[in-house]
Design a protein around this ligand. Sequence first.
Ligand code: GLA
Length: 749
Amino acid sequence: MISFDSKNKTFKLDTPNTSYVIGVVDFDQLVNLYYGDKIADTEGLEARSFRPRCASFSPLTSEYNTDAHDFSPDCAPMEYGCNGCGDFRTSALSIRNVDGNTVTDMRYEGYRIYAGKPSIDPLPAVYLNSESEADTLEIDMADKVTGMRVTLIYTAFNSLDVIIRSARIENASQRPADIDRAMSMCVDLPGMDYDLITLYGRHCKERSEERRPLAHGLQGIASKRGVSSHCQNPFAALVSKNADENSGEAYGFNLVYSGNFEFCTECDYSGTSRILMGINPTDFTWHLEPGESFQTPEAVMVHTSKGIGEMSRIYHKLYNFNLVPGKYRTEKRPLLINSWEAAFFDFDTDKLVSFAERAKEFGMDMLVMDDGWFGDKYPRNNGTSSLGDWVVCKEKLPEGIKGLTASAREKGLKFGIWIEPEMTNSKSELFEKHPEWVIQQPHREMHKGRGGTQLVLDLSNPEVQEFVFGVVDKLMTAHPEIAYIKWDANMTLFNYGSTYLPRDKQSHLYIAYHRGLENILKRIHAKYPGLVMQACASGGGRINYGMLPYYDEFWTSDNTDALQRIFIQWGVSNFFPAVAMASHVSVDTNYQTGRKTPLKLRFDVAMSGRMGMELQPAHMTDEDKAFARRAIADYKLIRPVVQQGDLYRLISPFDKTGYASLMYVSPEKDHAAYFVYKLEQYHNMPRPAFRMAGLDPQKRYLVRELSLDGKPIPQDGKTFTGAFLMETGLDFEVGGEHASHVLELKAAE
Ligand code: GLA
């Protein structure tokens, strides 16, 4: 619901539990008046933008310094703070005019309110299922001196506490201009009594939670690698000091963009906390000829006063209903066996067929052939060659992909395949033919990635886009049975430069790359709507909303060590649901960490996400095979609730208590899956009460232990009220280091 109060000149955007208020004040300045829990009345709010601050009151004269009552962008909560017009905080918009100065002074001009949501082509965007799902407000602003204009776009959801923001900048002048900075959103919240939560990481250690107090000055996260990166992803939350999973205020911010981004907070003397999120201004400058416009990506803002867990659940719902392609809202994701850690590059048809046989025996749904299946002149036997040469390697697969799809079909399994279509190697037929197709800088030696040969294709070039689309199109045309694609991207955008873009548009490359990718993905999705796609970038190098709505899930990390996955998945769960997290049981003595963990722990961790396997069944003992069959059958019992239920995080691994636990509850609260893991063991270790959350206090639940390997917990087979399970909790011994338990809870009749 969005309304305009013409008397007070305020816009009010309401979601079920939140309000966002914007005011048009003196001199047609646009200010943020409120963002938080839903309010009924906005009268008097505009005083906030004139509030005397700091030293405006003199105890000697007992007088206010009246100057401080004049409107000043310096200390007002500006709705889209601009550069060079008296607002000295980091700006949302900075435009270099043809005369060289960078002053941008946007004033309110008018507005539109309508049902639904605009298209923001050529960028990925949150979609609506019907126009009644959300309303949109567009506010027009103009700089009377330069002729530049900006339209601020807000979409408020009617059944979810989500507000989406973006901005469209238009050159309505007669002369060219350059945008140096254009953020998707800017909010000035009163006070700075918040903690900032971000997710730091690196390859194989993605998404570690970091919580720190807001401090004066600038704080933030960013990527300048051309992609969102392993180090940071475009998500941040601002939470009240007392906020925990179940209570306290939480503001979430997510950018629907996969390229360079910046999120920053700035607290200055004015007592406001400015929050900015958008495309990283480094290497960004965007040239606008008269009449041209630039659209920023969307930022998804969430507010709740029911804790960090509720913020995540709101994001999970958005993912399910308004971000992913939509085919899995009710369907279950396939259980798959992937060849990577099972065989790496060393496989042939027989080996893959034997995986398929075992997978079927274990109760799995799909066989996925990972890297290593292609290359004619240069067969792909390691990471040094062949990307771009997407023809079957005849030595490994003499009957081609057809031989494999046929065996999979025979065994009642679906078939999936790995590709890395945005990349090539200097040792490849593609590079020999088209050296100009890779991202490169003139007169400089190219930095090469994996294998000392990897290079990134220049997707700003439409010919290259056609080629990449063709990789998928040819595969799908020849093998319509391919049901799943693991789409990898193992290099950041090094060698920043394009042989396609003209000299004055070189700074457009990072954006043009992502527009090119969007164009390819849109065409793939339109032609093959049933295809399931996983986004992988050396694991979690590209986990963000910008990869949606074309990808269904993420390979969250190349680190398959079950113990470390608990942390990684915990971090990812802040803004992605379990169904988005591919989580595979891999071999003992883990390849990445050298750690040995029990098969049960590996299964129990994989069961809390979209479960799969990456190991050679032939190497398992009979006992392990029997356990795998049991655990897979049990996963199927809880798959709907894990994949579609509401997540409740209970004991955080980041709290270092030695335990971690979480649970999923069905929307009807009649079915739940509970997980607890022992991360470490020490003498005299205190045992917490295993309290649950999200259940119906009135209902009685039958507790059943799943994935059983030994004696069940004493409460197995007994019923308890939701109130007991949430208030008192179950008391049982988890066992030694790396022990784990999975419980199914079903509402008793
Ligand atoms: C990346 C992926 C892995 C695997 C390999 C194949 O590292 O993250 O899962 O697909 O590439 O080369």
